[in-house]
Design a protein around this ligand. Structure first.
Ligand SMILES: Cc1cc2nc3c(=O)[nH]c(=O)nc-3n(C[C@H](O)[C@H](O)[C@H](O)COP(=O)(O)O)c2cc1C
Ligand code: SF4
Ligand code: SF4
Ligand code: FES
Length: 625
């Protein structure tokens, strides 16, 4: 078992390693040691960052410079779009889309000769002749990293590095100097609200559970993360797993629980592997188990794998799933804080919520409450996706505007296209428009506009997006994911989807539009759990803000964005066609014919509207009509 003095010794021993991973302003030959940080997040791993690490190690060893360089596999840096990403300290040089074939030159030029390897330098860090550190780019400048702290700066598989980064200090402080009430009071005063979607005050939830006089209590970490396009929680587990373990133990102490569970989807293999490894390391160090720090406090954590059902993220369904039953929601009250897992008081917190806890304890409630807005404190992690230049992960202070996130941090819309809408809150959220771009991002503003914070998915849409089709996409998801327990959700989402299908096929009527709205409100009011209660939000918000698009589909049989297949056809403009034959060769249904160097023609009866000709024509001769 490690005592407080042991942790201090680890910090002293490991600190210099972390100090090397800071931008110092030094450059060239004055640098005697470099840290090469390679992203080991899921995104970069899938584009082969493990092979890059192996190639780097081999090349460094062949030059005999192992003592002057370290190679570290980290969590996600955020700019996943540019992966695999490599960052070299102390200069803070950001390399994007690195390939194995770049490694010999990168090692020779940068690590041996001190000159950044020009070919893969991230374009946005170039400033004339100068190369800026990545922290000075628009993507990173406005971010505040609390939950994503350590993602990208430590090796998540080495507990000593977490400890050297003030890890387990908050747990030590809580167990040795604070009463349960003081811990809860600190979390309450920080204003932290749950990041899993509901936005409930975390300290208040803990207080409810603490007040229950039961022999057994539980702490559950909700890592089910099922929203399409969301990967905030996965990235935290991959890049900073100990922050979640430490927070669960603190929560256990605060409410009087000695057992925790993390419910994580099996589709997150890297997150599961790193979290499990972190758990074993924490157990080995006595930071989990009996008599932690010799204080008499016992806390254990077990992993439970979910099979990927969206509804199992709902807290009562999740509890039933851990208990071994089918993951279906049950009515609340009783709330889990009173009657949860196996009937015992249970707090369920989201991964990102928990990742804030140690920092709140260490820096104080006032520090945390000083970030954000009056009712939404701290930061929020978003997974930026869709039609935005910088897709990836960002952590921003609450109160920042949508415009800042989309256009400054996100880099705006690619290809000079026009912004159309932003969807926050995943399948439970709604679509906001250009007129909302200067609205602040906080729980209450987003809800008042008909969307919601949700867990942090943010999908950007450009002028080529059909908003009826967007509503259809989300309804298709919620219809599939409805557990089927209650009729309004099971049947209602099906009926909504049928009407949306009709409209996107040009067969919708004004009566359908009215029925869509009415049925949506009924589903919201009558469904048992928040899946059904929020499923109609994408329909209602798109009808509210993009009614003209629904009308164009219904009254003119037109899809203004040119997306809905039944309402469009492809034609070749004879004036623009150069007769290159590319479209004809690529067309999967042989619907295009013509003679080389003469205008080609599409046979509409044979065309399956796959859009390949539109995509491949370099002369913009294929038009959607
Ligand atoms: C259908 C559905 C799916 C949900 N999925 C998640 C999820 O994946 N992760 C999560 O933390 N919360 C999810 N929630 C919210 C949880 O029920 C719960 O409110 C949350 O885990 C509480 O933690 P927090 O207070 O830290 O936000 C979901 C809710 C619903 C209705
Ligand atoms: S609202 Fe939907 S997901 Fe929730 S209990 Fe009813 S059928 Fe199941
Ligand atoms: S790809 Fe474009 S230019 Fe070439 S034949 Fe087809 S329509 Fe004409
Ligand atoms: S996964 Fe590598 S930058 Fe996000």
């Amino acid at each position: 078992m490690k005592l407080l003095t042991d942790l201090d010794a680890i910090r002293t021993l490991t600190q210099s390693r972390l100090d090397n991973r800071r931008i110092t302003g030094a450059s060239g030959e004055s640098i005697t040691f470099r840290s090469v940080m390679v992203c080991g997040g899921t995104g970069c791993t899938s584009s082969d960052s493990n092979t890059i690490i192996a190639a780097l190690e081999q090349e460094i060893s062949s030059h005999g410079i192992e003592s002057q360089v370290e190679v570290v596999r980290t969590g996600c840096f955020g700019l996943c779009e540019l992966g695999p990403v490599v960052i070299v300290y102390p200069e803070g040089i950001f390399y994007s889309r690195v390939e194995v074939k770049d490694i010999p030159a990168l090692v020779e030029q940068h690590l041996l000769n001190g000159k950044p390897y020009d070919k893969k330098i991230y374009e946005k860090t170039r400033h004339g002749e100068e190369i800026l550190s990545f922290e000075e780019t628009d993507f990173y400048k406005k971010q505040v990293r609390i939950a994503l702290r350590n993602c990208g700066t430590i090796d998540p598989e080495v507990i000593d590095e977490y400890i050297a980064s003030d890890g387990y200090k908050a747990l030590a402080q809580v167990l040795t100097t604070m009463s349960r009430e003081q811990v809860i009071d600190t979390v309450k005063r920080s204003g932290l609200r749950g990041r899993g979607g509901g936005g409930f005050l975390t300290g208040l939830k803990w207080e409810f559970a603490a007040k229950q006089n039961k022999p057994q209590k539980y702490v559950i970490c909700n890592a089910d993360e099922g929203d399409p396009g969301a990967f905030m929680d996965r990235s935290i587990l991959e890049g900073n797993p100990h922050s979640v373990i430490e927070a669960m133990a603190i929560a256990g102490y605060a409410i009087g629980a000695n057992q925790g569970f993390i419910y994580v989807r099996a589709e997150y293999p890297i997150a599961v592997q790193r979290f499990t490894k972190a758990l074993n390391q924490a157990r080995e160090y006595g930071l989990l188990g009996d008599d932690i720090f010799g204080t008499g406090f016992t806390f254990n954590i077990d992993v439970r794998l979910g099979a990927g059902a969206f509804v199992c993220g709902e807290e009562t369904a999740l509890i039933h799933s851990i208990e071994g039953h089918r993951g279906m929601p049950t009515p609340k009250p009783p709330f889990p804080a009173v009657e949860g897992l196996w009937g015992m008081p249970t707090i369920i917190n989201n991964v990102e919520t928990l990742a804030n806890i140690a920092q709140i304890i260490l820096n104080g409630a006032e520090w945390y409450a000083s970030i954000g807005t009056e009712k939404s404190k701290g930061t929020k992690v978003f997974a930026l996706g869709g039609k935005v230049v910088n897709t990836g992960l960002v952590e921003v202070p609450m109160g920042i505007t949508l415009r800042e996130v989309i256009f400054e941090i996100g880099g705006g819309i690619p290809g000079g296209k026009k912004f159309k809408a932003v969807q926050t809150g995943g399948p439970s959220g709604g679509c906001l428009t250009e007129e909302h771009l200067d609205c602040t991002i906080d729980f209450d503003t987003l809800t008042s506009l008909g969307s919601m914070m949700g867990s942090g998915g943010m999908i950007i849409m450009d002028e080529d997006t059909c908003m009826v089709d967007v509503a259809r996409f989300y309804l298709d998801f919620t219809r599939d994911e409805s557990c089927g327990k209650c009729t309004p959700c099971r049947i209602g989402t099906k009926r909504l989807l049928e009407m949306l299908d009709k409209i996107t096929e040009g067969k919708g009527t004004l009566e359908d539009l009215e029925n869509l709205e009415q049925l949506s409100l009924q589903i919201k009011n009558a469904s048992l759990c928040a899946l059904g209660q929020t499923a109609p939000n994408p329909v209602l918000s798109t009808i509210k803000y993009f009614r003209d698009e629904y009308m164009a589909h219904i009254t003119d049989s037109k899809c203004p964005a040119g997306v809905c297949k039944s309402l469009i056809s492809y034609e070749i403009d004879a004036e623009l066609c150069r007769g290159c034959s590319l479209c004809a060769r690529k067309c999967p249904s042989d619907a295009i014919s013509g003679k080389v160097k003469e205008p080609y023609v599409i046979d509409k009866a044979a065309c399956i509207k796959c859009g390949v000709c539109f995509d491949v024509c370099k002369f913009k001769a294929v038009a959607i009509v």
